[in-house]
Design a protein around this ligand. Structure first.
Ligand code: ATP
Length: 249
């Protein structure tokens, strides 16, 4: 049986669960590691690089998890990898479905986007670092609510009948706590191989782009620091950075 001892706050309507936790941190409020904020609807759900996360009222999950790392920003680099695996664990444990992970932090099911992750940080290079880990998972996308999504998407209700949002919140919180503690103890050591097994674009030709520059190559997986490795003209090269977007050619 799963028990969730973390504090889970539920708000009906909010701009963005990540924005709310970031505001609290910036105002100096003391948050507890493992604290969770969930909303029924987001009026300004965010993805990376100013993109919108469609967040209609309904069954979908809009979730943020707070975690404090004592080792500064340096240690935060691989967090997206650990978080992707936590989402993988939760969905596998509850529904027996195996999602695929797209670097750095998207979750696909049968080649369609099921969930998004947005990790935001507040801290110095040295000293404590506050992490806000936002996760949006499509449970049952209401009719007509998907108009703003410009890529193939899916929801859990299309793949399983036994959906219970409370159970998902408890399982996700549990999986995140496990993965993040492991990450704090031993970094990505134990996770690189696991991540590479569920890499959505393994051995595919892909393009990385920052908006300013692009790089093409065969996607080999992640390196020990969580960077993405491309094979380009026979040579392996790693790329890092939260602002890089990866697309299959
Ligand atoms: P990419 O666009 O390559 O997936 P990204 O990581 O930058 O990269 P995110 O920031 O995670 O994308 O999410 C924003 C994008 O996800 C939007 O541009 C839109 O295409 C898509 N999207 C928005 N809302 C949803 C949703 N509820 N379900 C699935 N996809 C969504």
């Amino acid at each position: 049986r799963l028990s969730c001892q973390n504090s889970v706050e539920v708000q009906p309507i909010i701009d963005s669960t990540n924005s709310e936790l970031m505001r609290r941190i910036q105002q100096g409020e003391a948050l507890d590691s493992g604290q969770v904020l969930v909303a029924e609807m987001q009026q300004a759900g965010r993805g990376r690089r100013g993109r919108v996360w469609q967040s209609p009222f309904g069954a979908n999950l809009y979730y943020s998890y707070y975690w404090r790392l004592d080792d500064g920003l340096q240690a935060a680099m691989g967090v997206s990898i650990a978080v992707g695996l936590a989402v993988y664990d939760a969905i596998e444990a509850l529904y027996g479905l195996s999602v695929e992970l797209k670097w750095p932090n998207d979750i696909y099911l049968n080649g369609r986007k099921l969930a998004g992750v947005l990790v935001e940080l507040e801290g110095q290079v040295e000293g404590p670092c506050h992490l806000v880990i936002g996760i949006g998972i499509n449970l049952q996308m209401p009719e007509n609510a998907s108009k703003g999504i410009d890529q193939p998407w899916t929801d859990l209700a299309s793949h399983t009948h036994s959906l219970d949002k409370n159970v998902l919140v408890a399982q996700l919180t549990h999986s995140l706590a496990q993965r993040l503690s492991l990450y704090e103890k031993s970094g990505l050591t134990a996770m690189v191989e696991q991540w590479n097994k569920v890499n959505a674009f393994a051995n595919e030709m892909v393009t990385l782009s920052t908006g300013m520059r692009t790089w093409r190559g065969i996607c080999e997986g992640i390196d020990p620091q969580g960077g993405i490795v491309l094979r380009q003209d026979g040579e392996l090269k790693s790329y890092y950075g939260g602002e890089i977007s990866l697309r299959k050619d």
